[in-house]
Design a protein around this ligand. Structure first.
Ligand code: SF4
Length: 72
């Protein structure tokens, strides 16, 4: 899975950084979102999907298929 952001839609809420700080950061100059990485590791999927759902600006897009997970 991959993630992208639309900085024009970002309103600097910081919700994404709270939920997935390894993937998102906020620019020191304008507080808008920046990506630390675009290709996600499987263990990051849930946090990034949650960040996307909670983003008030609808600025986060997650693409690609989530691989099947093995059972516990
Ligand atoms: S949650 Fe959305 S609006 Fe808030 S900083 Fe992240 S991308 Fe921007």
């Amino acid at each position: 899975m991959q993630v992208s952001v639309d900085r024009d839609r970002c309103c600097s809420s910081g919700m994404c950084v709270t939920n997935a700080p390894a993937v998102f950061e906020q620019d020191d100059r304008d507080s808008l979102v920046r990506l630390r990485q675009t290709v996600l590791l499987p263990e990051q999927f849930d946090d990034v999907l949650l960040a996307s759902e909670l983003c008030p600006g609808r600025a986060i897009t997650v693409t690609g298929d989530e691989p099947a997970r093995t059972g516990v």
